[in-house]
Ligand binder design. Structure first.
Ligand SMILES: Cc1ncc(COP(=O)(O)O)c(C=O)c1O
Length: 379
């Protein structure tokens, strides 16, 4: 084929990669098969039934009964923005507990929606204690507390027990980022008393990027219904979206139907495996990775009690050019691992074992590469 510039455009040929970085992760082959179907209309009765199935399946993986549960058309950041856009009114005090890159993004978004943003911070690799959160709630009396469950930038999993109760005591709504935990790390939204949460399709759900699951409970709905003005973001306005995802089925935007085929298949696969079995698989493979890395003399950045099974941060040994090593793995072996962000730039590698990629043979592959290749990068 010759394009208008007179050059030949070759057919798409995507290199094969094993994605063991912070995401996206490789998609399950059955998800890819689901995506390759011809689209149907976004108001086709078949699709309407599928939408309800996706909502039910999302409620299950999140362990919630929330009526307003749907995948936003967009990536995790769109769903993140949906929580803020719908719940924050100008002047609301929003407390953001920041212990990594994505906490900062939440604070930035809240400020764009004219919140009075208050921050508490922990160094990258630490978690918040319940006492620290209590002190901040007492001090700032926020309308909303936002925090990240699974910090992809640090490899930390925030313990969630008692935080929801504390928020209820201080009459504050709780937003939780479950982008790197949904489907792969225990998440109990209702038991934890989380009011709004969001996630993505491309990590624990073994789908390509493109959907951002979103959920809000009745407490959050009440605040939304009492808003003085319109939600200042048309595309992410849940009250409009609910006319399509709820019983009215009124057109809002042309849904990415194939992505919803894909997520339905990925959620079905989690049910087939069993949600708890999926959590167990991720935990076992992560522990296997951590032991293997330590056996070859590497150190993990996060205390074992708070490590995230889906994303491990490994300290780059003194004298090693971390970026050169990860490029070597990508260029010569087709294996992707991530580098550090922010405070951890140049200090750690980030190894992801998410969804379909959380498999023992993948752990063996990456351990073997560290074992045989890393010495070439030591001065
Ligand atoms: C914890 C966390 N929150 C939010 C996001 C943003 O999601 P996305 O990149 O899909 O927009 C990410 C992306 O990796 C993430 O790891």
């Amino acid at each position: 084929m010759v394009n208008s510039f007179g050059t030949r455009v070759s057919p798409l040929s995507v290199p094969e990669r094993l994605l063991l970085g912070p995401g996206p992760s490789n998609s399950h082959p059955l998800v890819l098969k689901a995506l390759s179907n011809q689209p149907v209309g976004h108001l086709d009765p078949y699709y309407i039934d599928l939408m309800a199935e996706v909502q039910g399946l999302l409620r299950h993986v999140w362990q919630t009964d929330n009526r307003l549960t749907l995948p936003m058309s967009g990536t995790g950041s769109a769903a993140m923005e949906a929580t803020i856009a719908n719940i924050v009114e100008p002047g609301d005090t929003v407390l953001v507990a920041i212990k990594g890159y994505f906490g900062n993004r939440l604070a930035d978004m809240a400020s764009r929606y004219q919140a009075n943003v208050k921050k508490i911070e922990r160094s990258w690799g630490q978690v918040f204690s319940i006492e620290e959160l209590k002190e901040a709630l007492e001090k700032y009396r926020p309308t909303v507390l936002a925090l990240v469950h699974a910090e992809t930038s640090t490899g930390v999993c925030q313990p969630m027990e008692a935080i929801g109760d504390l928020c209820r005591k201080y009459d504050c709504l709780l937003i939780l980022d479950t982008v790197t935990s949904l489907g792969s790390v225990p998440v109990h939204l209702d038991n934890w008393k989380v009011d709004l949460a969001y996630s993505c399709s491309q990590k624990g759900l073994s789908c390509p990027p493109g959907l951002g699951p979103f959920t809000m409970n009745k407490r959050a709905e009440e605040k939304l219904n009492k808003r003085k003005g319109k939600v200042p973001n048309w595309y992410l306005d849940v009250s409009l979206l609910n006319q399509y995802w709820g019983s009215d089925r009124v057109y809002h935007h042309t849904a990415p139907v194939n992505m919803n085929f894909g997520i339905r298949e990925s959620l079905r696969l989690i049910i087939e495996e069993g949600l708890e079995n999926s959590w167990k698989r991720h935990s076992e493979n992560a522990n296997y990775l951590w032991d293997g890395l330590e056996n070859i003399g590497l150190q993990l950045h996060v205390d074992k009690n708070y490590r995230l099974p889906t994303l491990s941060t490994v300290k780059i040994p003194e004298g090693v050019d971390g970026k050169a090593f990860s490029m070597h793995l990508l260029n010569n072996y087709g294996v992707e691992i991530g580098g550090g962000l922010g405070e951890l730039a140049g200090k750690v590698w980030r190894i992801g074992l998410m969804g379909y990629n959380s498999q023992k043979n993948n752990v063996d592959r990456i351990l073997n590469l560290f074992d045989t290749e890393l010495s070439k990068f030591k001065s």
